[in-house]
Design a protein around this ligand. Structure first.
Ligand code: PLP
Length: 498
C-alpha cells in the first residue's frame, strides 16, 4: 500500500466509526460469543504478504464488531460509563498524528503547556478551590494520568514519602526502613478495588473501615481507627475518601474526615472518579463540601466528561510533594528550562506520555461549559425517570438514595429473584446491567452515561426489566395456596398483575 492508500484507509475508518456510533441503538449491547471465539476466526500467524486495507476493514466488521460489548450503546447501564464524543476521538487522532512524547517540557513544550492550561480550565469547570490550579502563587496544579488506579497509587506513594520524611525529622533515631513498616492508610470498605490494589503496590497497609447506612465513611470511625493505630505505635499517613463509590455512588463525609486528616497530618486523597464530573453543574457542588481539606483530587474525564479513555485528571495542592517522591534524573533528561515549568514525567509512573490534552481541548471548545452541563443534567434526568419507574412498581425496591445517574434497585424478596433477573437480562443481551451488594442484599446497578441514551431507551430498558420480572415471578413463584397470601412471593406475584 502506498501513502494514498493509507489516507483512504484513514478516511474510511472515520466513516466506519461514524456509522458504528450512529447505528449503535440497533445492536444488542452484549455480544453473542464464547471464549476464544476469535481464535477460530483469525489465522495463527501474521500474513506473509501485505493485504489491502479494504480486507482489513471488512474483517473488523466480520470478526471484531460481533465480539464487542458496546460500551457506548444507549443500552449500556452496567459499569460507570466510558466517555465518548466525536471531538475527543478526533483529538486522539490528532495526538497520534502529531506523535510527540511529552516526558519533559523541552520534549514538546506545547504538550506540557496545553495540559497545564486544560487542567486549569477543567479545575474551573468543576469549581475546584484555586489552590489546586496552576498559577504564579503556590504550588498547585493538575496533570492527566491514564487511570484513577494510577492516581491512587502515586498519591499513596507521595503520602508515604512525605510522612516518612516528616517522621525522620521528628525522630532522627528511627531509620527510614523502620518508619515505613509502621505506616498505615485508611479508606472505606466501599472503596473501589483499585484503592486496595494501590496500597498493595505502594506497600502501605490499608484499613478498609466500615461505613454508615448510606455507605459513607464518617469521621468518628476514622478517628477511632487512627487512635487505635497510634496506640499500637503505627503511623497514620493517608486517607482515601470517596466521592461517588463504585457500588452505590456513596459520598464519604469529607468535612469530618478532612478535619481529622488535618489534625493527624494525614494526606487526604479524594477519589471522585465518576461523580466528580457532576461538579461541572454548580447545583451538585454541595457534594464536595470539605474539598478544601484535600491534598489531591481525582476525576476520570474518561468516565462522564465526554473525553475518551484514557484521561484521568489529578489535581494537587502542593505538586512538589509528588515530584519529590517521583523524581529521578539523568543527563539525557536535563534541559536548561528545568524548574521553570513542570516536567510531567515526575508527576507520574511512566517516563513517556501522550498528548492527551488535545482531546480535552477539542471537547471543551466544541461543547463549551454549557454543552457539558447539558449532558450531565440529561444523564441525571434520565436516571430520575428510571428511578420513578422503579418507585411506581411494587415488585421492586430502591436500595439506596439516587444522587446522580446511578440507580440501585432490586426485586423485593429473596436475593435469588434479583440474581435471576440479572441472569436473564444478561442472557438476552438487549440491555447491560450488573450486580452489586448492599449489606446482605443483592442489587442491580443501573447507570445512565452513554451520550446516546434517550428517554425511549430508558423506557425500553424498563420494559425489558419488567417483562423479565413478570416471567420470573410466573416461573419461580411456587403455586399459590389458599390462605398463603401473606407470603412475600404471593404478594409479589399479585403485584405483577397490577
Ligand atoms: N474509583 C472509582 C470510584 C471507580 O468507580 C473506578 C472505576 O469504575 C475507579 C476508581 C477505577 O478507575 P480506573 O479504571 O480509571 O482506574
Amino acid at each position: 500500500m502506498d501513502t494514498k492508500d493509507f489516507i483512504d484507509f484513514g478516511k474510511a475508518v472515520i466513516d466506519f466509526i461514524a456509522n458504528y456510533t450512529e447505528t449503535l441503538r440497533e445492536k444488542n449491547v452484549l455480544p453473542n460469543v464464547e471464549p476464544r471465539y476469535l481464535f477460530n476466526l483469525l489465522p495463527e500467524k501474521a500474513p506473509q504478504k501485505p493485504e489491502s486495507w479494504q480486507e482489513v476493514l471488512k474483517d473488523v466488521e466480520r470478526y471484531i464488531i460481533p465480539g464487542m460489548t458496546h460500551w457506548n450503546s444507549p443500552q449500556f447501564h452496567a459499569f460507570y460509563p466510558t466517555a465518548n464524543s466525536y471531538p475527543a476521538i478526533i483529538g486522539d487522532i490528532m495526538a497520534n498524528g502529531l506523535g510527540c512524547v511529552g516526558l519533559s517540557w523541552i520534549s514538546s513544550p506545547a504538550c506540557t503547556e496545553l495540559e497545564m492550561i486544560m487542567m486549569n480550565w477543567l479545575g474551573k469547570l468543576l469549581g475546584l478551590p484555586k489552590q489546586f490550579l496552576s498559577s504564579n502563587e503556590g504550588f498547585g496544579g493538575g496533570v492527566i494520568q491514564g487511570s484513577a488506579s494510577e492516581v491512587t497509587l502515586i498519591c499513596l506513594i507521595a503520602s508515604r514519602e512525605q510522612t516518612t520524611l516528616r517522621t525522620k525529622r521528628l525522630h532522627p533515631e528511627l531509620g527510614e526502613a523502620i518508619i515505613k513498616t509502621k505506616l498505615v492508610a485508611y479508606a472505606s470498605d466501599q472503596s473501589n478495588s483499585s484503592v486496595e490494589r494501590g496500597a498493595l503496590l505502594a506497600s502501605v497497609p490499608i484499613r478498609l473501615l466500615p461505613t454508615d447506612d448510606k455507605c459513607a465513611l464518617r469521621g468518628e470511625t476514622l478517628l477511632k481507627a487512627v487512635k487505635e493505630d497510634l496506640k499500637k505505635g503505627l503511623i497514620p499517613c493517608c486517607v482515601i475518601a470517596n466521592l461517588g463509590t463504585t457500588g452505590t455512588c456513596a459520598f464519604d463525609n469529607l468535612v469530618e474526615l478532612g478535619a481529622i486528616c488535618e489534625e493527624y497530618n494525614m494526606w487526604l486523597h479524594i477519589d471522585a472518579a465518576y461523580a466528580g464530573a457532576a461538579f461541572a453543574c454548580p447545583e451538585y457542588r454541595y457534594l464536595m463540601s470539605g474539598i478544601e481539606y484535600a491534598d489531591s483530587f481525582n476525576v476520570n474525564a474518561h468516565k462522564w466528561l465526554l473525553v475518551n479513555f484514557d484521561c484521568s485528571l489529578l489535581w494537587l495542592k502542593d505538586s512538589r510533594k509528588l515530584v519529590e517522591a517521583c523524581s529521578v534524573d539523568r543527563i539525557y533528561l536535563k534541559h536548561d528550562k528545568q524548574g521553570l515549568i513542570p516536567d510531567y514525567r515526575n508527576w507520574q509512573i511512566p517516563l513517556g506520555r501522550r498528548f492527551r490534552s488535545l482531546k480535552v481541548w477539542f471537547v471543551l471548545r466544541t461543547y463549551g461549559v454549557e454543552g457539558i452541563q447539558q449532558y450531565i443534567r440529561h444523564s441525571i434526568r434520565l436516571a430520575e425517570m428510571f428511578e420513578n419507574y422503579v418507585k411506581s412498581d411494587s415488585r421492586f425496591e430502591l436500595v439506596t438514595e439516587r444522587v446522580l445517574s446511578l440507580v440501585c434497585f432490586r426485586m423485593k424478596g429473596d436475593n435469588q429473584l434479583t440474581q435471576e433477573l440479572i441472569n436473564r437480562l444478561t442472557a438476552r443481551r438487549k440491555i447491560y446491567i450488573i450486580a452489586a451488594t448492599y449489606r446482605e442484599k443483592l442489587i442491580v446497578r443501573f447507570v445512565i452515561g452513554s451520550r446516546l441514551t434517550r428517554e425511549e431507551d430508558v423506557m425500553f430498558a424498563w420494559d425489558e426489566i419488567t417483562s423479565q420480572a413478570t416471567e420470573i415471578l410466573r416461573t419461580v413463584t411456587p403455586p399459590l395456596e389458599k390462605g398463603s397470601d401473606e407470603s412475600l412471593k404471593t404478594q409479589l406475584w399479585q403485584n405483577q398483575k397490577v
